[in-house]
Design a protein around this ligand. Structure first.
Ligand SMILES: Cc1cc2nc3c(=O)[nH]c(=O)nc-3n(C[C@H](O)[C@H](O)[C@H](O)COP(=O)(O)OP(=O)(O)OC[C@H]3O[C@@H](n4cnc5c(N)ncnc54)[C@H](O)[C@@H]3O)c2cc1C
Length: 440
């Protein structure tokens, strides 16, 4: 098999928010950066057909226990599919682990102009949920978003979760473009198999591409292949401490039929409450699956209710997402086990009961309410702080760092992208002040 060789100051594996952010910062500081991305660059995003092409196994990836896990394999990683909720890191990250992301998160909020959306963009369905929840004494609020309201076409409903075709949603592709403008390079279709380690130090990576083997030599290796991709690469490279225990942020959708415009009349996750987070690790936020996914999920758990599809546009939906306990594993060949604990089930049940009351108050008929199957969308902690990486996100191997959801020490119980960007910026600062000594 033909082998192509490259040299760089830093090789970054994976172009999600963790990888794109660190790659951009290093390229802007004048380092030669090569970003390797397993997925293709899918130019067309934003409909069911395109989403099938960049969603891992066309959305049909399951844990050994049958839990559906969704991730995107394309330039930008799962931000292509994410809802764009921009939540700040939890206070415990600093209090318990000494990681202060405040300056990096503040800089990101200012740079990208992250704010809650205006009421008219939030949409009628979400505003009715917010009012009903607060009538019941909850503390729902509009959430900060990675969405530019001026470019958002609110009527596309759940389409954010298929990819935004209007460019209204910030994705890690924006940072990849900045990296390329600063002189960095990206190679798509490069499936990194392992890190090359010599005398206890990382010296590069080995990847497979459709054209053959690719070997990259670099001073610094940053693995940012996501909560599932990173542990497989680390384990194949001899770091067996990775991939043991994980969180998945399990979630269920609770939906019901109302008489007015439903949740698809605006972007997902534009309102919600963090009131249950600190004590119970539960997040509630407006969300309904795009219609194709709605059909699949209802067919899986509530097939007798498929007829409710006719009232899809009048359905209100709430997502109940919980912070789960660490459990399970990821194997070197990518198999995932994630058993849910009693506490996880209790939290999901408690959240679903609250969601049900809110939907009824918002005008849904009690008999129309459906609780969907449990799913996981945010794998992490598979190369976590304290077990696989130290405070500087370095592994026990010199020059080998990790920059993605896998370094989080426990379930964040809230949307993670703003925290991942903050961690990646902090890592870039560390690398620029300690590595690349030959060029300073
Ligand atoms: C439907 C959905 C909605 C979500 N909504 C929100 C939200 O509103 N707000 C929020 O904050 N978060 C949300 N998330 C979660 C968020 O998208 C993820 O937490 C985030 O993208 C994780 O970033 P990452 O850098 O860790 O990994 P990823 O985004 O998964 O990026 C990893 C990248 O590495 C690549 N890769 C994997 N293996 C290899 C390999 N062997 N070689 C080379 N490249 C590889 C992948 O193709 C991918 O591009 C959502 C997720 C989903 C699925």
């Amino acid at each position: 098999m033909k082998t192509v060789r490259h040299k760089a100051d830093a090789v970054v594996v994976g172009s999600g928010p963790g990888g794109a952010t660190v790659a951009r910062a290093l390229a802007r500081a004048g380092r030669r950066v090569l970003l390797l991305e397993k997925g293709r660059h899918h130019a067309r995003v934003g409909n069911h057909l395109s989403a099938l092409s960049y969603t891992d196994r066309m959305g049909l990836r399951f844990t050994e226990e049958g839990l559906n896990i969704v991730r995107a394999l394309t330039t930008g990683g799962s931000t292509i599919l994410y809802c764009g909720a921009a939540t700040e890191p939890p206070p415990w990250l600093q209090a318990k682990y000494g990681i202060d992301l405040e300056p990096h998160v503040r800089e990101t909020i200012n740079e990208l102009g992250l704010h809650p959306l205006p009421d008219e963009v939030v949409g009628q369905g979400a505003m009715r949920i917010l009012e009903a929840a607060n009538d019941l004494g909850h503390r729902f609020e509009k959430l900060r978003k990675f969405i530019d309201p001026d470019r958002c076409r609110i009527r596309c409903g759940g389409t954010c979760m298929l990819g935004c075709p209007h460019g209204a949603k910030w994705t890690a592709r924006d940072y990849v473009a900045d990296m390329v403008a600063a002189g960095g390079k990206i190679i798509n279709g490069a499936d990194v198999r392992r890190v090359i380690i010599q005398d206890g130090a990382a010296t590069g990576v080995l990847a497979l591409t459709p054209r053959g083997r690719l070997e990259v030599e670099a001073e610094v290796v940053v693995v940012a292949a996501g909560g599932l991709g990173t542990p497989t690469i680390l384990r194949r490279s001899g770091l067996d401490e990775a991939g043991v225990g994980m969180f998945l942020d399990p979630l269920v959708m609770v939906t019901g039929v109302s008489r007015h415009a439903g949740t698809s009349s605006g972007p997902p996750m534009s309102v919600g409450t963090y009131e249950f987070m600190e004590d119970e690790g539960i997040l509630l936020s407006n969300l309904i699956d795009p219609w194709g996914l709605w059909l699949i999920m209802v067919a899986r758990k509530n097939p007798a209710r498929l007829g409710q599809f006719l009232s899809y546009r009048r359905q209100l939906g709430l997502m109940v997402k919980i912070g789960d306990e660490l459990a399970g594993y990821v194997t070197p060949d990518g198999r995932v086990s994630k058993p849910l604990t009693r506490q996880d089930h209790d939290r999901l049940d408690r959240g679903a009961a609250v969601a049900r009351r809110i939907l009824i108050r918002a005008g849904c008929h009690p008999r129309s309410i459906i609780v969907g199957p449990v799913r996981g969308a945010h794998p992490g902690a598979t190369a976590r702080l304290g077990r696989v990486v130290d405070d500087n996100l370095q592994t026990r191997v010199a020059n080998l760092f990790v920059s993605d959801a896998s370094v989080l020490p426990q379930a964040l119980d809230r949307p993670m992208v703003l925290t991942i960007i903050g961690l990646a910026k902090r890592l870039a600062d560390h690398l620029l002040s300690t590595s690349f000594q030959s060029q300073v």
